[in-house]
Design a protein around this ligand. Structure first.
Ligand code: BGC
Length: 499
């Protein structure tokens, strides 16, 4: 350990091979993002509704115009959000696959589910088949979101771990943006535009499939499965240097210790696992309670609500999508320099101000019918962009990074599965509830979310430790054992050799 409390960084070069591995694996994030961005648009296409949800289509044609209640339909929302239930369950199988088969093959499995799903949904002619396709996609998301962040965290050199892990989120945001653009064009293609939207998911899925054949498995996953020789070889390859003895030894010790734990899920219920479990789960709950998916899923609906025309609304969601991608780059740059806590806290302040501003503007000016002035519409759009920017350099990426780096190896895949499935559950809840909440709470929904932002800011101040620059194998000793609250839970481990 160095004098400033950080772990020793080992020598490494950034080789073309390792960058290739990072980027190819990150395509798993693009699949997740593509779906987030595509489903809202598809379920508002008339051709799609007429074919699969004729009653909804009928109602939409005769809907009494109400700004806040335009698209409130549980069945349709269920179509969008069912994927997340499948993903939620799949995550736990993915955790087993990650331990038994390794991260690489778990990514490969995810890509197969994505490919089959894309084929089915582009040829499907009945709702049953379409739902099967969505469930398969959900299983893919469960496997992908479990394995890709872990993969990235484990192959990254300590000093760049945050940045490398955030490639996952960067690709999520690129996926969302591409999906918004695809919808923008396919919504004018009749009657099969929606098939294109769903089927084009096959392109990144095939890249992920081919990529998963090329990438390496992570050294810790290999050593964990008894493949020490190969683990060392891979470590040399991804670090681009010959002398990796010290780092390898650290990984090997971590694995030795992990091997003693036969039932990781049981271990997670022990007192010493409370800190990473609380952090991993809460950070994902809060990530969704920022209200981000109210924007991501329903941006076009939202912008129509404030009086933008259909086209302008879709374009505005392309604007927010671009802000999302660009601001994620800020996080890649800042996370290993500024640290996790500062980013989370700064974003809480910015998101709070923006949500309050949107809530108040709409509460005061937008009634059930009519629109708001063009100038105020632009202010709202600006506030939404600033809000998305803050999310994108903080809670978005850190929601995946922090849980992937705070569990010790013996409980990492199992613990991370809880974090991923919490994300899926909360995404499901927000997707399912948002339109009904918008209809009932009207502009106050934004004030509701800003209330949560205050809670999460307080949570960060009290409970979230700084993990910047700490080796994964040092997390127990350097993070939990020295935290004013969490040290009580891990104190019995202090005298053990920490790996
Ligand atoms: C979240 C998604 C969200 C996306 C927005 C991800 O980190 O998990 O729910 O839609 O960020 O960029």
């Amino acid at each position: 350990m160095t004098e400033n409390g950080q772990s020793t960084t080992f020598k490494s070069k950034i080789t073309a091979y390792v960058v290739g591995c990072w980027l190819l694996a990150a395509f798993g994030g693009m699949m997740f993002g593509y779906d987030i961005g595509i489903s809202g648009g598809v379920t508002s296409m008339d051709d799609f509704l007429e074919k699969f949800f004729p009653k909804v289509y009928e109602r939409k044609q005769h809907a009494v115009e109400n700004n806040y209640c335009k698209y409130d339909n549980q069945l349709l929302q269920l179509f969008t959000s069912s994927l997340y239930l499948a993903a939620l369950v799949a995550t736990f199988f993915a955790s087993k696959a990650c331990s038994l088969l390794g991260r690489k093959y778990t990514i490969l499995i995810a890509s197969c589910f994505f490919i089959i799903s894309a084929i089915l949904s582009s040829v499907g002619n009945n709702i049953e088949l379409l739902i099967v396709a969505r469930i398969l996609f959900g299983i893919g998301v469960g496997f992908g979101n479990e394995s890709v962040p872990l993969f990235l965290t484990e192959v990254a050199p300590i000093q760049h771990r945050g940045a490398v892990n955030i490639l996952f989120q960067l690709f999520v945001t690129i996926g969302i943006l591409i999906a918004n653009l695809v919808n923008y064009f396919t919504s004018t293609v009749h009657p099969n535009g929606w098939r294109w939207s769903l089927g084009l998911a096959g392109v990144p899925a095939v890249i992920l499939f081919l990529g998963s054949l090329v990438i390496t498995d992570t050294p810790s996953s290999l050593v964990e499965r008894g493949k020490d020789e190969k683990g060392k070889k891979v470590l040399k390859k991804i670090r681009g240097v010959e002398n990796v003895d010290e780092e390898f030894e650290q990984i090997r010790e971590g694995c030795e210790r992990a091997k003693l734990v036969k039932q990781p899920f049981k271990k997670l219920m022990e007192r010493s696992s409370v800190p990473p479990m609380v952090i991993g789960i809460s950070i994902q709950v809060f990530q969704q309670l920022t209200g981000i998916n109210a924007i991501m899923f329903y941006a076009p609906v939202l912008f129509q609500t404030i009086g933008f025309k259909s086209d302008a609304s879709l374009l505005s969601s392309v604007v927010t999508g671009s802000v999302n991608v660009l601001s994620t780059l800020v996080s890649i740059y800042a996370v290993d320099k500024v640290g996790r806590r500062k980013l989370l806290l700064q974003a809480c302040i910015q998101m709070f101000i923006c949500q309050m501003a949107v809530g108040l503007i709409l509460a005061i000016t937008l009634k059930n019918t009519g629109t708001i002035s063009k100038e105020l519409g632009i202010v709202v759009l600006l506030m939404v962009c600033l809000y998305v920017a803050a999310f994108a350099w903080s809670w978005g990426p850190l929601g995946w990074l922090i849980p992937s780096e705070t569990f010790p190896l013996e409980t990492r895949t199992a613990g991370f599965a809880f974090a991923v499935s919490t994300n899926m559950l909360m995404t499901f809840v927000v997707a399912q509830a948002f339109l009904s909440m918008l209809c009932k709470m009207r502009a106050f929904i934004f004030i509701f979310f800003s209330g949560w932002i205050l809670v999460m800011g307080l949570f960060v101040i009290l409970f979230v430790p700084e993990t910047k620059g700490v080796a994964l194998e040092d997390i127990n000793e350097r993070v939990w054992s020295v935290h004013p609250i969490w040290k009580k839970f891990v104190s019995e481990r202090r005298n053990l050799p920490m790996v």
